[in-house]
Design a protein around this ligand. Structure first.
Ligand SMILES: Nc1nc2c(ncn2[C@@H]2O[C@H](COP(=O)(O)OP(=O)(O)O)[C@@H](O)[C@H]2O)c(=O)[nH]1
Ligand SMILES: [Mg+2]
Length: 402
């Protein structure tokens, strides 16, 4: 045993839950490549064992190039103190004691915010996640993976002796997730896994706002993780302490899915697209009035409707490019790329414009509808047309290709 003093506690990061793009420099020589967070609540009995297992695994593979960060929520059993007392023996171990905040997901993110590695990971403290799997997960990253997930649902995976009810609840939760958030839940076989690692660059700069337990879902949803490796494992039974999972976690999970649904993907984009389209209505109507009204320029119906439509298209493109699809366009920087998108958008909208003008003409000339009412009806129909085509063909396609 060394006689040196325990390391100081890590300061708890505050502010928004965002991972910095550049890792804080390590003080010693050599960079830290891997930071593993061990979130704890009342795990004083497990912590010495897991730290010992993890260090003996990682020391030969990443000598002095990894760190273990225990993030404890001021456990009444003094888990943080026990962890801190281990630091003289395990120089790679750092300990954070949170007092203000609580919760598994935010604990992991606070840990990652203090992390110095380029690869960020998480493992449960209670030894339910077999530590030896860590090297296989690391192997996936070393092969070029952006993320490696320990999965109960691939070959070699499973649960030890779960009751039928628990298995059904677990699979039911996953199925529900697939219905509400298919593009996230469908990316991995075990989206509920709390044992995984991800490259910092995949989540840097993204603000996380997790609810409840399922941090992997938040990372997949907010981050950009092109290549995911999965490794099977059997979820072990707890030896010491007890699970903190209650029915509340199911409610939180549902809230989390719904929150993500509204901030991601089609529904959110549809609202934004609709709102942009709404702004376009005013632009279209105002320009149409300026061109067509006898007290203004007094141009003919078709020409006025066509030009006002085109002005609205450009207005809508600009808003959609920075807002509705801003996350996608920010990855395709440069004037040329933007011009290409404008061109695509314009071609799709021009077909809509032909539709627009045709509808105005039919309504006005055949059904004798007032020309402004005719224009409004045409705009409504063409907005739906434009949404679908742009959604399927413009930004959406470029997103999938990445
Ligand atoms: N920091 C922190 N860790 C937590 C909290 N709740 C659970 N944990 C830790 O997260 C891991 C998984 O929790 P556990 O209750 O075992 O969940 P289960 O394995 O799904 O039953 C364990 O290491 C817990 O100590 C929390 O509120 N804060
Ligand atoms: Mg557990």
């Amino acid at each position: 045993m060394s006689i040196s003093q325990p390391h100081d506690l890590l300061p708890v990061p505050t502010g928004s839950l965002q991972i910095p793009a550049i890792a804080p420099a390590a003080d010693g020589d050599g960079a830290i490549r891997f930071s593993l967070i061990i979130p704890t609540f009342k795990e004083s009995k497990n912590i010495p064992k897991i730290v010992d297992q993890l260090t003996s695994l990682l020391d030969p593979v990443l000598p002095n190039a990894y760190e273990l960060i225990v993030v404890d929520d001021n456990s009444p059993d003094g888990t943080w103190e026990v962890a801190q007392s281990l630091t003289p023996q395990y120089p790679q171990l750092r300990v954070m004691r949170r007092i203000e905040e609580r919760g598994l997901s935010t604990a992991v993110i606070r840990g990652w915010q203090a992390a110095r590695g380029d690869v960020l990971g998480v493992i449960d403290a209670d030894l339910q996640h077999p530590t030896e799997l860590l090297l296989k997960l690391w192997g996936e990253i070393a092969r070029g993976g952006d993320m490696a997930v320990a999965s109960r649902h691939v070959e070699g995976g499973g649960v030890s002796d779960w009751s039928l009810i628990r298995r059904i609840l677990s699979r039911g939760a996953q199925t529900l997730g697939l219905i509400i958030l298919p593009e996230v839940i469908g990316r991995v076989s075990d989206p509920m896994s709390g044992y995984f690692m991800v490259r910092r660059q995949c989540i840097a700069g993204r603000t996380m706002s997790p609810v409840g337990y399922k941090i992997l879902i938040e990372v997949l949803a907010r981050g950009r993780v092109p290549w995911i490796g999965e490794v099977g494992y059997v979820f072990q039974e707890r030896q010491e302490g007890e699970s903190k999972v209650t029915w509340k976690q199911y409610v939180d999970y549902l809230r989390h899915l719904i929150r993500l649904r509204f901030s991601l993907g089609p529904i959110a984009r549809f609202f934004r697209f609709g709102l942009v389209g709404f702004s376009g209505v005013f632009v279209d109507m105002a320009v149409f009035y300026l061109l067509h009204d006898p007290s203004m320029l007094g141009w003919r119906l078709t020409r006025s409707a066509a030009i006002s439509g085109e002005v609205a298209i450009i207005n809508n493109f600009l808003w959609n490019d920075v807002w509705t699809f801003g996350d996608i366009s920010s990855r395709q920087k440069g004037k040329r790329q933007r011009f290409k998108r404008l061109l695509k958008f314009n071609i799709i909208c021009l077909t809509g414009l032909v539709l627009n003008v045709t509808i105005v003409n039919i309504l006005f000339n055949i059904f004798h509808v007032n020309e402004y009412a005719a224009k409004l009806i045409a705009i409504a129909i063409v907005t739906v047309w434009n949404f679908w085509l742009n959604f399927k063909l413009s930004w959406r396609v470029t997103e999938v290709k990445e």
